[in-house]
Design a protein around this ligand. Sequence first.
Ligand code: NAD
Ligand code: ZN
Ligand code: ZN
Length: 393
Amino acid sequence: MKAVAWHGKRDVRVDTVPDPSIQEPTDAIVRITSSGICGSDLHLYEVLGPFLGEGDILGHEPMGVVEEVGADVTGLKPGDRVVVPFNISCGTCFMCSQGLHSQCETTQVHEQGKGAALFGYTKLYGEVPGGQAEFLRVPFGNTLPVKVPEGPPDDRFVYLSDVLPTAWQGVRYADVPEGGSLVVLGLGPIGDMACRVAHHQGHRVIGVDLVPERLERVRARGIEVLDLREHGDDIADVIREMTDGRGPDSVIDAVGMEAHGSPGAKIAQQMAGLLPDSLAEQLMQRVGVDRLNALYLAIDIVRRGGTISLSGVYGGMADPLPMMTIFDKQIQLRMGQANVRRWVDDILPLLSDGDPLGTEDFATHRVPLDKAPEAYETFQKKQDGCVKVLLQP
Ligand SMILES: NC(=O)c1ccc[n+]([C@@H]2O[C@H](COP(=O)([O-])OP(=O)(O)OC[C@H]3O[C@@H](n4cnc5c(N)ncnc54)[C@H](O)[C@@H]3O)[C@@H](O)[C@H]2O)c1
Ligand SMILES: [Zn+2]
Ligand SMILES: [Zn+2]
């Protein structure tokens, strides 16, 4: 089959690799019809190279049609249409039973001291072949894949793999009080969708980014936006003025570890990229290499006693945080990988009628698998109005 494989920093290629096969009686093989490229894939593309092996198959936002099932799979049959969550969760362990699917005890990556394995996401998360490919082996065929109805286009459902539950969890963890306000930092797919979800739930939402078309997409849905380029260092004051001088009740950081700004951290990341892999891995594990601008802004603007919800991924082990401010302002901090399976039943009703979240025109680019290398580059450079790419194998 054809699959998108990592070969080095900013070097992904479409390789021909062996088809996956059933290995456990609970496995299913899915023929992929749509597969997203995620902001998280850009971390692999740019800074997480030390944790990848050449030839690793990327992708964790796939959906498709069941091709084959193992002998013990009773909940699925060939021909079923399914979405595959990005966390590989068993659905039945202690963690999964309480909705903490990203901490699944059956798939935790113990050698690395990490939570649940993920599709297509580095040695830290199990180095499991990903879904930017023609076929994908999916474990836990009875509990992991999400069956979706025939009829609507893939776009309606594919975001259940990651974008929707991540945005949903981001909003839930932000804990916006009744009649309260929410600032969303970063309007990539995750921040954009978080704005849509929170707006749909009736909250006042203010989105912040620095890319014109991303701001425009959110503004077009009747949501207030602020352009970081326009307000620069005054952005925190501007936000406070808009929120009774106090700051918003809640902030979602949907930017993560490669925030615009913080040149020092950028140099550390580049240095890690120049070292031999084993040294780079140590440096990145031990030293903070995150660019923390968005998180610092979140801490600055959130009102006293308010909540910060981190959807953006951070990876440093020694990131300096202003603990005095966090403590003094009594800030609530919540974060983590999305527990995808946990939120599916809450989200599905919003995908059946009327498409209130606008999933069907959410993707800006739909391209065949062969064009993945160009698509990664366009997405990373934010060229051509690119916000969300769906690969169509
Ligand atoms: N928690 C999870 O389970 C989960 C799942 C998916 C993605 N993520 C993470 O969420 C983050 C966003 O993902 P995405 O797909 O939307 O990525 P993206 O890279 O497309 O979006 C990030 C956006 O942040 C903006 N930005 C950069 N610096 C900024 C700053 N200082 N202030 C405000 N905006 C700034 C960028 O212009 C961009 O539009 C990434 O870190 C990704 O890894 C987490
Ligand atoms: Zn993703
Ligand atoms: Zn589990």
